[in-house]
Design a binder for this molecule. Structure first.
Ligand SMILES: C[S@@+](CC[C@H](N)C(=O)[O-])C[C@H]1O[C@@H](n2cnc3c(N)ncnc32)[C@H](O)[C@@H]1O
Length: 266
């Protein structure tokens, strides 16, 4: 898995983070996260941190962030961003190569927040997701938060897109038993397990986490692979962003591209 993500690391920001759709989607994640985290900032662990966009944002909010990822090259990009932002080496965020499957081996614990954005947890099958949930619970302080943004098993936007294109297999792409192969670029794809909010919640929370709420990310906003279409139609994207902000209630989460799920540790 590290090799596949290493391969796209140099262009990840250009093809997602800094795109018009990518910015709108992340704005929604930051909006919900800021609402949840009204407390004093503390110690945060970021999982599958990628190029560090959220690690830098959390640091700006006052959090002490340890950002982890399986891909050393993704974290290298994150290090460059930290340096470009003028943050000294020995200040937050700190970066560490770590697979989600090895979370229980991390020495540090007692986190106030564990954060996972944009589908890193979808790289885990059901059993691995269960183990990650248990490790998250073990690493959190009592009362600590876990915020995870997970790719949904059904995405209305995507189904309509494939229907219009006459690509009928695409409509059910996420529903197949076993992993789907999600393309990262023209040459590379990764095994991906899509989860409904209900399944993700049941599997992740185990006995120690309590689910608080779940919000849609990308119900009106289109999936990132439609960027080229929407980059040329900024007004349409503006309207979709507005709809996402004002007309996307929690109950549409199962039909959004991603959902944001929030747990606290008992
Ligand atoms: C879609 S990117 C999301 C990156 C970042 N969270 C963001 O918001 O832009 C998914 C990330 O998950 C990481 N990843 C995939 N499988 C992983 C695993 N088993 N353990 C840790 N990280 C993993 C990838 O290296 C990649 O950086």
């Amino acid at each position: 898995m590290a090799r596949e993500f290493d391969a796209i690391a140099p262009v990840y920001d250009q093809t997602f983070t800094h795109t018009a759709t990518g910015k709108c989607l992340r704005e929604r994640v930051w909006h919900f996260t800021a609402k949840i985290l009204s407390q004093q900032p503390g110690k945060a662990l970021e999982l599958n941190a990628g190029t560090g966009e959220d690690a830098l944002w959390l640091t700006q909010q006052g959090w002490q962030v340890l950002a982890t990822d399986i891909s050393p090259d993704m974290l290298l990009m994150a290090q460059h961003k930290k340096a470009a932002a003028g943050i000294p080496q020995d200040n937050s965020p700190f970066f560490q190569t770590l697979a989600l499957e090895e979370l229980d081996k991390l020495k540090d614990s007692g986190f106030d927040l564990i954060f996972s954005n944009f589908g890193g947890l979808n790289c885990l099958n059901l059993e691995a997701l269960r183990q990650a949930g248990a490790a998250i619970a073990q690493k959190l302080k009592p009362g600590g938060h876990c915020i995870a943004v997970v790719m949904s098993r059904f995405c209305l936007w995507e189904s309509l897109y494939f229907l219009v294109k006459g690509k009928f297999f695409g409509i059910f792409r996420r529903l197949i038993k076993g992993p789907a192969h999600a393309p990262l670029n023209a040459q590379t794809s990764v095994s991906t397990w899509y989860y409904s909010p209900r399944t993700a919640s049941q599997i992740l929370r185990g006995e120690q986490l309590v689910q608080n709420n779940c919000q849609p990310i990308g119900f009106w906003l289109p999936p990132p692979y439609l960027e080229s279409f929407f980059a040329e139609r900024p007004k349409t994207l503006f309207i979709l962003h507005w709809l996402e902000k004002h007309l996307a209630p929690a109950w549409v989460s199962p039909a959004a591209d991603h959902f944001l799920i929030h747990f606290t540790k008992k």
